[in-house]
Ligand binder design. Structure first.
Ligand SMILES: [Mg+2]
Length: 262
């Protein structure tokens, strides 16, 4: 793995000066907007909405926000015309014109996820403290409020019984913070990066992200610049590093100003 070099917002903006067409791809939580105690509290600043709208309207830029959130959720948080919104780690692509494309067989995967939801309901058996979230293309079992030992035995039962389905259909079980998520193995942010770079092959591609799910995007990037946001305990595939979402915003503001000068 290469090294990740700390860069200032000004130096990064300057490196894009005279780059011609730029494809700007950004994660949402922890990258554009600071992490909050709950996802609902992670709201964009008015200044961020203004900048994204401005950049989305400039012909030099294609802007895409790529997140693990659903497209519906992203559309509510970022009511910005003229940019791509990509939900579900790259599965749901909302185009600047408002069209929606799926990067996998949505109907097929939904059928399997529904089957797994039924199985999860059976295993959890109406016990308190669980929350099932069916996103259509993925299933999340939240157990933050469940009694720990009871949660463990219910989840073990689910993992055991769901194994044949998960293996047969090439799904992954991903443990998170008090949540278990099941989703297609083929679904990750790198897919969205490939899709967008194919649409804009002559643009300089730049990707910003703060989390392990962004590493797929960093690795998928063909040429271009990858920027890690914040400090992470793992080795990142990113070329550069900014310190915080605040510096990402600072960079976007500088980019907009630069274009005004040209
Ligand atoms: Mg993030």
């Amino acid at each position: 793995m290469g090294t990740t070099t700390l860069i200032t917002p000004a130096a990064l903006a300057e490196s894009l000066f005279n780059a011609g067409q730029v494809l700007l791809m950004l994660d949402y939580d922890g990258t554009l907007v600071p992490l909050a105690p709950t996802p609902a509290q992670a709201r964009p600043a008015a200044e961020l909405l203004r900048i994204l709208k401005k950049l989305g309207g400039l012909p030099q830029y294609k802007v895409a926000v790529i997140s693990g959130r659903t497209l519906t959720d992203l559309t509510t948080l970022l009511p910005v015309p003229g940019i791509f919104l990509v939900g579900g780690h790259g599965i749901e692509i909302g185009s600047p014109a408002g069209e929606v494309n799926y990067l996998l067989d949505y109907k097929y995967i939904t059928k399997i996820i529904n089957k797994l939801e039924q199985l999860a309901k059976y295993c959890l058996n109406n016990k308190d403290g669980f929350l099932l979230e069916n996103k259509g293309y993925s299933l999340a079992l939240h157990y933050r409020l469940a009694e720990p030992s009871m949660a463990q035995s219910a989840l073990n039962k689910f993992i055991e019984l769901s194994k044949p389905i998960i293996q047969k259909h090439d799904l992954n079980i991903l443990p998170g913070k008090k949540v278990l998520e099941i989703r297609p193995a083929a679904m990750h942010k790198g897919k969205a990066v490939n899709y967008l770079q194919q649409l804009y092959p002559y643009s300089l591609a730049v990707y910003f992200g703060d989390d392990t799910t962004d590493e797929d995007a960093f690795r998928a990037l063909k040429k271009g610049l990858s920027i890690l946001v914040g400090s992470q305990p793992y080795d990142s595939a990113a070329n550069f590093k900014l310190n915080s979402p605040l510096e990402v915003l600072e960079f976007l503001i500088l980019l907009e100003k630069q274009k005004n000068v040209v």
